[in-house]
Each structure stands twice: as structure tokens, then as C-alpha cells.
Design a protein around this ligand. Sequence first.
Ligand code: SF4
Ligand code: SF4
Length: 66
Amino acid sequence: MKKAANDIKRCVACGVCVLQCPREAIDIYKGCYAVVDVKKCVGCGICEKACPAGSIKVEEVRDGIQ
Ligand code: SF4
Ligand code: SF4
């Protein structure tokens, strides 16, 4: 199972991933960085391709643990 995970140190909170995600799985936490709701994420990779900072990545996870 694949899920998106964000490196909050690299994220610039631009919101591009929020707009691109087809599952509405991403929110910007307090205007600071993007957080992924792994229960909604289907691992499609659209956010990873769209992110200008290269901070959000789709990774293989096991049993829902990243
Ligand atoms: S991998 Fe797809 S579903 Fe998951 S957060 Fe990114 S755009 Fe949304
Ligand atoms: S597109 Fe990238 S830099 Fe912009 S909010 Fe999403 S994870 Fe952060």
C-alpha cells in the first residue's frame, strides 16, 4: 500500500498539493505545512508530481505505519 508523506522541513505551504489531491486528503496545518490524512490518501502520486519543493513523497507503507 502506498501513501503520501510530507517532509515538513522542506514544505513551503504553497497549497498546490491541496488543490491537486483528488481525494481531499491534504490540509495545510496552521498555514505552516501540509499534512496528509492517510485514511483518505490512495497513493496516486499526484501531489508528489505537483509539489514545487519536492517535499511530499509517496512511499510504500505496511499496516498503515510509515
Ligand atoms: S498520493 Fe494522491 S491521494 Fe494521496 S495525498 Fe497525494 S494526491 Fe492525495
Ligand atoms: S505542494 Fe509541496 S510545498 Fe506546497 S504545500 Fe504541498 S507539500 Fe508543501
